[in-house]
Design a binder for this molecule. Sequence first.
Ligand SMILES: Cc1cc2nc3c(=O)[nH]c(=O)nc-3n(C[C@H](O)[C@H](O)[C@H](O)COP(=O)(O)O)c2cc1C
Ligand SMILES: CCCCCCC(=O)C(=O)O
Length: 356
Amino acid sequence: MSEALVCVKDFEKHAFAVLPRNALDYYRSGAGAEETLVHNRKAFSKFKIRPRCLRNVAKRDLSTTILGEKVEIPIGISPTAMQRMAHPEGECANARAAQAMGTIFTLSTIATSSIEEVAQAAPYGTKWFQLYIYNDRQAGFKALVLTIDTPMFGLRLADIRNKFVLPPHLRFANFSGDKATGINTTEKGSGLNNYVNRLFDQSLEWKDIRWLQSITKLPIILKGILTAEDALIGADLGVAGILVSNHGARQVDGTPASIEALPEIVKAVGDRVEIYLDGGVTDGTDVFKALALGAKMVFLGRPALWGLAHSGEEGVKKILTILKTELDYALAITGCASIKDIGSTMVVHEAYYSRL
Ligand SMILES: Cc1cc2nc3c(=O)[nH]c(=O)nc-3n(C[C@H](O)[C@H](O)[C@H](O)COP(=O)(O)O)c2cc1C
Ligand SMILES: CCCCCCC(=O)C(=O)O
């Protein structure tokens, strides 16, 4: 592929052309018939931007504050498992890119690089650790992102067809024994479903958030909330943040797009906890819309993997730079000099215009 890659879609196309089938299908796919996967992206276009004019945008600032810490852009990296299938430096390259861009990197529990390797690769960047709780309850990052939408692994048909196994030179770097290599199963179907459904704790309940709070002083972010009801329970428990997410449409097909779920959650708890969003973000205008609807920051799953597959750290930096530039254009042209100028009336559902 020789022509210049200038948007996230270009990097996606490149990744589709170069990644081996087992890895590409794992990264790409959503649950079931993948209706929500398509919808996650399409739903952004149901929201329209109402630009304002003549508001002096000569100097612009894309930085914001997350959990009390400055980040240069409101676009971070969501946890995605097994990044060394995309590039030999996997999570380390991704974390270095986030550090270089002044933003947050979230390391998955199911990483193919260890916590120590990532800490060493990006010592100055803000790093969060995503937590899956195993059924035997095991565990220098700044926050814990507890994923609460995965009592079981979603039915991802391509992985089942492929009988997914982790390439034999890779392992889950934060584990030993069967938990590190138990994915290389010869059982029928997807090794992913077999692994998760055997080892993840399906008995987790809200009371377990109290348990987690009792064993860590780190702020806790709940990842995978799609309803006001769950957001309220989380806020009442005193969590620091809520990541509105349908897990990249990978858990159960038929959920709303993350951007559709965002407004009810902001309405329910927006002044009590920080709210973030991931799912389908591929353009700076998506970031703008999510921020106007009440998210403090957005996170990227697949787009960072497409960057990694292209050229490791450089590729992820390119992805983040593209989105940063697109957001900067959106800010300038809508009359916003900074993130806090993105007002809640600047984005409306398209129904607003059919009512006129
Ligand atoms: C390949 C892949 C692996 C993922 N692994 C994890 C994981 O280990 N932990 C987790 O909480 N979420 C995981 N997710 C979900 C992402 O954190 C995120 O919610 C989702 O990818 C956002 O959607 P996007 O890919 O459209 O940006 C994964 C997603 C993908 C695509
Ligand atoms: C073999 C373990 C897979 C863990 C789950 C990773 C994940 O969340 C995903 O969406 O895939």
